[in-house]
Design a protein around this ligand. Structure first.
Ligand SMILES: *Cc1c(COP(=O)(O)O)cnc(C)c1O
Length: 472
């Protein structure tokens, strides 16, 4: 460090109030322009990546660069260099156009930057998050003794469920890991489930082979009799079944496993019952559609993503459980440098994360601003948009492959069309809409998800045109 910088704070990192005000003003205006550019432009990236990489490489961090100029470069690159999930005609994987209250929450969280892992450091933040968790748990149908916490997303929440299930099923698991079990631990999910289960099993040291993928019934639902049969066979083989995770809204097709049948099997064999409602969980907001999730109240734990159909910014997931004490058993640790170690309130002794961001504020502000009825309107709007699309496509001779009360359609064009791969490639490269290819029950389909809160009837009609025009 040169002698003239010693003892002086860096004013590029920790800026004066005057520069802050000027850059804040610039940023708000520039983002406003970016929003209209995104709306007017392609949903898919158009940037020349070779040029972009050269520009990026030139940023060698040798000389400070004016913040405004780096902000301009970053925003204009992002305008052309992303799949725009905020665009109304992004019919992708429920990556949302975030709610405005959630954006406000991010700004506030960044300003105060509270350390949410310890209650005593951020009592207001921790209690706001807990309040949201309690209200969601009630909505699920859990008793007032239920608990939970925010996570980075659905995969972390599902991971938390498996840690809790293993810890609860065997007192020795915490110390001995997989060797605590007399045989191979087993977790059961359907073939249409979200396959992060493999990564979770790998990380937890029970091995990818512990995941039993249960066949589906031809309509994307876990086959309950196959599930029961597999659990029985595994026990006969000396394996140790631990958890059944039913999916309430499959990623591909929005199909809900039979939650009551899975719950019955879990009860009979004394297994942990988890419901992965990562995106479908938002239906809890709607009195009209919440029945789709019937049986979810019997779960030992539930995953819901705030950053999918609840449309907060990423990443924000939620883990809920009826067994609060299992979380503190699973994540207990004590250190001298932490200000406290209170399993009743401190999140670092109840969850995978240690330092954590105040992500719960996003859903809190959104729920305050719109109420459950506002979210009900949001999900019901999405469903009416997908119905409009499905009706239009069926009228044009297309087939709707999935049956779902969520806002996703798995579509198959008529035989005379170009291949599905080709069709989707054409639509995406034309840039007016974004859809994807997936496989549902072994068959290739076009997947259209209508969870974007800004979606209008005109956008749906434009997608119909895009699909039809590119199919011949
Ligand atoms: C998206 C999804 C996940 C994973 O959630 P992330 O937020 O991406 O970590 C898990 N399960 C289901 C059913 C999902 O749709």
């Amino acid at each position: 460090m040169s002698s003239d910088t010693i003892g002086r704070r860096n004013s590029n990192l920790f800026v004066s109030e005057a520069s802050r005000e000027s850059i804040d003003g610039y940023l708000l205006n520039r983002l406003k322009t970016a929003r209209s550019n995104v709306l007017a432009g392609n949903v898919s990236p158009t940037i020349n990546m070779a040029e972009f990489r050269a520009e990026l490489a030139s940023k060698d961090f040798q000389q400070p660069e004016a913040l405004e100029s780096v902000l301009e470069w970053t925003i204009s690159s992002m305008e052309n260099g992303l799949v725009h999930t905020t665009h109304p005609r992004y019919f992708g994987l429920f990556n949302p156009s975030p709610t405005f209250p959630a954006i406000c929450a991010d700004y506030i969280a960044a300003e105060f930057n509270p350390q949410v892992c310890v209650w005593s450091h951020a009592p207001v933040a921790v209690e706001i998050e807990n309040h949201v968790i309690q209200r969601l748990a009630e909505r699920v149908g859990f008793s007032s003794s239920a608990g939970g916490h925010f996570t980075s997303g659905g995969a972390e929440a599902n991971n938390t469920a498996v840690v809790c299930a293993l810890t609860s099923s065997n007192d020795e698991f915490a110390n001995k890991g997989a060797r605590a079990f007399a045989g191979q631990p087993r977790i059961y999910v359907s073939k249409e489930s979200h396959l992060a289960w493999y990564k979770i099993a790998h990380q937890l040291g029970i091995g990818r082979a512990s995941v039993r993928l249960i066949d589906t019934d031809g309509n994307g639902r876990m086959d309950s009799s196959k599930l029961e049969q597999t659990v029985r066979q595994d026990i006969e083989l000396g394996d140790v079944p631990v958890l059944i995770a039913a999916t309430a809204g499959t990623t591909n097709a929005g199909v809900v496993d039979s939650l009551n049948e899975a719950a019955d099997i879990a009860t009979n064999f004394d297994l942990w019952f988890h419901v992965d409602a990562a995106w479908g969980g938002a239906l809890l907001a709607s009195r009209e559609y919440m029945h789709v999730l019937k049986g979810i109240e019997r779960a030992d734990s539930v995953t819901i993503d705030a950053h999918k159909w609840f449309a907060t910014t990423m990443g924000a997931g939620i883990f809920l459980t009826q067994h609060k004490s299992v979380m503190s058993e699973a994540f207990a640790v004590s250190t001298d440098y932490m200000p406290s170690n209170d399993s009743a309130v401190d999140l670092y002794v109840n969850s995978i994360q240690w330092s954590r961001r105040f992500v719960g504020l996003r859903l809190f502000l959104s729920l305050c601003a719109a109420g459950w009825q506002g979210y009900a309107q949001h999900v019901e709007h999405s469903i009416s948009m997908i119905d409009r699309l499905a009706d239009a496509m069926i009228a044009k001779g297309w087939a709707l492959r999935n049956q779902s009360r969520m806002a996703v359609a798995c579509l198959v064009p008529p035989k005379c069309s170009v291949s599905i791969q080709e069709l989707v490639k054409r639509v995406v490269s034309a840039g007016s809409s974004w859809v994807s290819v997936t496989r549902f029950e072994g068959q290739e389909v076009i997947r259209v998800c209508a969870t974007n809160g800004n979606l209008s009837e005109a956008d749906v009609d434009q997608l119909v045109t895009d699909l039809i025009q590119n199919s011949i």
